[in-house]
Design a protein around this ligand. Structure first.
Ligand code: ADP
Length: 310
C-alpha cells in the first residue's frame, strides 16, 4: 500500500504540491494525470524518496519514506522522468551495477537479470553504451533497472513519453502483465494511456488533487456520456435526420456538422434504442452509429481549467 498524507512541496513562494492525500492498494494501477507543471513528478519523487517533502508524509508498504527510507526504497522500483541512466556505461554493466545496489546475489541475481533482459528484449544491446541506444531502448533500460529487484511498488514517471506507437504498446503490455500483484503509479499527460492501463486516476493541477476516480466514472462526468453519435451515409439526407431527431422528447440537443450528428439525452434518457428504432422506421443509411461513453479529454479540461493558472 502507498499512503500519502497531506504531502506538500514548496519551492520558495511556489507551491508545487499542495496537501495531497491519497492511497493506492495492491492490483491497482493509478494514473497520475495533470497538465505540465501540475506537480506530478514532484509528488512521485517525494514518494520514491528522492525529494524531501516540505510537509506531510508518505508510507510505502508500511515504511515511512523519511523515517525508514532504506526499507521503503527497497520496496520501490522508480523510473524517473526521461529515464536518465549513466550514458557511458554499457547496458550490461549498468544492470550489473543496479543489481549490486539492490544487493542481489547468487542464483537470484542471475535469475533476475535474465528475467529483465528477456522481458525488455535487451539481449541485442547488452554490450552497447547507453548513450548510443535509441530512445525506446533507453526507456527499456530504465524500466529494467526499476523492476530488477521485483519490487512490490512501481513508480513510473511518464513511462511512454516520446516513444513511438509500437514502443508505447509494448510498455503498456508490460505494465498490464505486472499489474496483478503490484502497486503501480504512472504519471502521464496522455489521456489514452489512462484507458489503456489505469484502474484508477487522480487528476491534479497546481499541486492540488481535483479528482480521484475510475476512468469510467470520470468519463461519466462528461456531457457526452450516453450521447449517441451517428454518421449519415449516401442516399440519406442529414438535415431530415436532424429534424426527426430534434422532434424527439428524449433528445435535449443536437450537435455536429454535415453528415456527423451527435444527439444528447435529456434528463438521462437512454437514446440508443430509440435512435435505432427511428433508423429502421425511416430506412436511414448510417455509416456509423455508436453510444458515447464520455470523453475524458473534455472532463480533464473542465476539471483542470477551472483552476486558476499560476
Ligand atoms: P509535472 O510533473 O506535473 O509536469 P512538476 O512536478 O515537474 O510538474 O513541477 C511542478 C511545479 O514545480 C512546476 O511549476 C515546476 O516549475 C516547479 N518545480 C519543479 N522542480 C523545481 C525545482 N527544483 N525548483 C523550482 N521549481 C521547481
Amino acid at each position: 500500500m502507498i499512503k500519502a498524507t497531506r504531502l506538500s512541496k514548496y519551492y520558495g513562494s511556489l507551491t508545487a504540491v499542495d496537501n495531497l492525500s491519497f492511497q493506492v492498494g495492491p492490483g491497482e494501477v493509478l494514473g497520475f494525470l495533470g497538465p505540465n507543471g501540475a506537480g506530478k513528478s514532484t509528488t512521485m519523487r517525494m514518494i520514491a524518496g528522492f525529494l524531501t517533502p516540505s510537509g506531510g508524509t508518505a508510507t510505502v508498504c508500511g515504511f515511512d519514506i523519511q523515517k525508514d527510507p532504506i526499507a521503503a526504497k527497497s520496496a520501490i522500483g522508480y523510473l524517473p522522468e526521461g529515464a536518465p541512466n549513466y550514458p557511458e556505461m554499457s547496458c550490461g554493466r549498468f544492470l550489473d551495477f543496479i543489481a549490486d545496489v539492490r544487493q542481489l546475489k547468487g542464483n537470484t541475481r542471475r535469475a533476475r537479470l535474465d528475467d529483465v533482459i528477456d522481458r525488455l528484449h535487451l539481449g541485442p544491446v547488452m554490450h552497447q553504451a547507453i548513450d548510443t541506444l535509441s530512445k525506446g531502448f533507453k526507456r527499456r533500460v530504465g524500466l529494467a533497472q526499476a523492476i530488477i529487484h521485483d519490487p512490490q511498488v512501481l513508480i513510473l514517471d511518464e513511462p511512454t513519453d516520446g516513444l513511438d506507437p509500437n514502443q508505447k504498446f509494448e510498455v503498456r503490455e508490460l505494465i498490464h502483465k505486472m499489474a496483478s500483484d503490484k502497486i503501480i503509479v504512472i504519471s502521464t499527460h496522455i489521456l489514452e494511456e489512462v484507458h489503456a492501463v489505469c484502474s484508477r486516476a487522480i487528476i491534479i493541477a497546481n499541486g492540488k488533487l481535483l479528482a480521484d476516480d475510475t476512468p469510467q466514472a470520470l468519463e461519466s462526468r462528461s456531457r457526452y456520456h450516453n450521447a449517441v453519435s451517428l454518421r449519415v451515409g449516401q442516399g440519406t439526407d442529414a438535415e431530415s435526420v436532424r429534424n426527426i431527431l430534434r422532434s424527439q422528447q428524449q433528445i435535449g440537443r443536437i450537435e455536429g456538422e454535415g453528415d456527423s450528428i451527435t444527439a444528447f439525452p435529456k434528463d438521462g434518457a437512454l437514446l440508443l434504442p430509440r435512435i435505432t428504432g427511428l433508423a429502421n422506421e425511416h430506412n436511414w443509411q448510417l455509416d456509423e452509429l455508436h453510444l458515447e461513453s464520455g470523453r475524458l479529454d473534455e472532463v480533464f479540461r473542465d476539471i483542470t481549467s477551472a483552476e486558476p493558472q499560476v
